[in-house]
Structures are given as structure tokens and as C-alpha cells.
Design a protein. Structure first.
Length: 295
């Protein structure tokens, strides 16, 4: 069957910036009438096996996955791994490397913010982010929550007008991108090296939100990655405007990449992304990915 709505990119509380436990996501998916979802947490498979048990309980198909932070041509690229064997030793080794690198990155970010005079400590970051390695937007949210309560002058711009909706991401751009005062170089794994091994673990590699401001994947990038094992492209994403959707849909068709749909739902940190609102995801995408899978 090709009918039924799906969302192949949602985050649970196992991500440092996610709010809902896996069981709650499956309950919500059932309520919204979704046929399948994929919990794709940042650099962790901590949602499993709990999420699989909830999948059976609520009768919503769950495609095991994660969102892996990688580097390609000096830029940060996020790779979704639907159908991955989440208990495999190969994946565990990759995740250990990524976790170690991202923890050091987060510690250095906090240290730089402290040097700039911001009131934030590593202990409170660890306490507030019980999921995977603390992301930059998670650190920003902690700082902004305190700043709003205390009316910190240097943070007021993030609470004004339209800025409030995207505050952690605006802070990230201001401080954590290469030109920012709290910039820390990325040290995570190579995207190409990951592509070389994950397909043997059941995964069907899909590039997440290729039009995101930190990725901006070009046709040249996609051709090279396709030749290395990329199988899918997240065309429908909350990161993409209609023009980007049209452009990446055309590229997916041209390059024979499976076009997928993922809301990138997190919860409070992305209030504009409402669970169950994604309309473009269909079960045909799941079937197309399965056809590319090495078992």
C-alpha cells in the first residue's frame, strides 16, 4: 500500500533540544492519523528500543533512524539513516566518535560564552540537556531563558518582534557561526566516510534539509555524495521555502534520489513546526527507501 501520511524526521527528548519522550511521539502520531514516523535524534539512538515498543502499542509504524552530524567540504551536513541497525557495532563506533567531538565542541562554546561575560555554566548545560551532546541551539536556549527572566540587556534583541520565534537560531548565527565570537571549529566525522559503511548496516542514507543555511547543498555536492552512496534527499522540510522545495525535488528526480519528507519537529525550540502538520509525506516514500536497502 502506498497511502498513508508519514513524517520521516522527528525528534524525541533523547535529542538535547527535543521535548517529547518517544512514547508520547507515537501517541501523538496515532492521534494525528500518521501511518509511520521516524524518530531521528541528534547523534543518538537512545530512543530505542522504547520507541519500538510504543510503536507496537499504538499501531504506528516506526522506522529506526537518527540524524548524524557530519562534515563535508568544511561544512556541517546532517545525515538521516532510516532503517539503520541501531544496535550495530559499526554505528556505535561512529556515535562514540561523534559524541566525544560534540561534547568537546559544546564545552568550548560554553567557555567562550563565559569569557564574553554571559552567565552560563557547563554544569547547568549538562543538567538541562539530558539527551545527546548539547547542540548550539540548546545552549542558546538555556542562556536566553535566563536572560529573559533577568532582562539581560545584551540579549534583549532576541525577544523583540519576530526574533522571539527563532531566538535560539538567531543567537546561533550571531555567536556560533564562523564569524561569531563564540565560534568553535567542527570536529565530527566525515560524511563520505560514513556513507562508505552505513549501508551495510541496513541504513538508506538521506541528506537532511539540504537547503538549511549551514548546508546549502549544491547539485555538485549531491552528485558527489550520490556516487559515494547517498540514496535520498529530504525535499520537504520546515527549513525549505517553496522555491527550495521545487529545486531539490527536481534534483532528486534528476539524480535518482528518493525524495523524502520530514518536519524536523522538536517541540518548544521550534514552535513554528507543529507535529502532524506535514502534508507531503506519503508511505510511498517509505517503500521507495526500502527498495534501496541492503539487508
Amino acid at each position: 500500500m502506498m497511502d498513508g501520511r508519514v513524517d520521516l524526521h522527528v525528534h524525541s527528548s533523547n535529542s538535547s533540544d527535543g521535548d517529547y519522550p518517544p512514547a508520547e511521539l507515537l501517541r501523538m502520531a496515532k492521534k494525528k492519523g500518521l501511518r509511520a514516523i521516524s524518530i531521528s535524534d541528534h547523534d543518538t539512538v537512545g530512543a530505542y528500543p522504547e520507541a519500538l515498543e510504543s510503536s507496537r502499542k499504538f499501531g504506528v509504524e516506526l522506522i529506526p533512524s537518527l540524524e548524524l552530524t557530519t562534515l563535508f567540504k568544511g561544512r556541517e551536513f546532517h545525515l538521516l539513516l532510516p532503517f539503520v541497525h541501531w544496535e550495530s557495532r559499526v554505528l556505535r563506533r561512529i556515535l562514540t566518535t561523534v559524541t566525544d567531538a560534540r561534547m568537546k565542541e559544546a564545552q568550548e562554546r560554553v567557555a567562550k560564552l563565559q569569557a564574553l561575560g554571559f552567565d552560563i555554566s557547563w554544569d547547568e548545560v549538562v543538567l538541562r540537556t539530558s539527551g545527546g551532546p548539547p547542540l548550539g541551539v540548546s545552549i542558546a536556549q538555556i542562556l536566553l531563558d535566563k536572560g529573559r527572566k533577568r532582562n539581560t540587556p545584551s540579549l534583549q534583541k532576541y525577544f523583540e518582534g519576530a526574533n522571539l520565534l527563532y531566538a535560539p537560531y538567531i543567537f546561533y548565527r550571531d555567536y556560533f557561526l564562523e564569524e561569531g565570537l563564540a565560534f568553535v571549529p567542527k570536529r565530527t566525522v566525515s560524511l563520505v566516510e560514513v556513507l562508505a559503511v552505513v549501508s551495510n548496516d541496513g541504513a538508506v542514507p538521506v541528506l537532511a534539509h539540504p537547503g538549511a543555511y549551514f548546508e546549502r547543498a549544491t547539485r555538485e555536492d549531491l552528485v558527489e555524495l550520490m556516487e559515494k552512496g547517498l540514496a535520498g534527499l529530504e525535499v520537504y522540510s520546515s527549513y525549505h521555502d517553496p522555491q527550495q522545495v521545487q529545486s531539490y525535488r527536481a534534483l532528486a528526480e534528476e539524480l535518482n534520489l528518493v525524495a523524502t519528507a520530514g518536519s524536523d519537529f522538536h517541540g518548544r525550540i521550534k514552535p513554528q513546526v507543529v507535529f502532524g502538520r506535514l502534508k507531503e509525506g506519503t508511505y510511498a516514500m517509505v517503500e521507495a527507501l526500502e527498495k534501496r536497502r541492503r539487508r
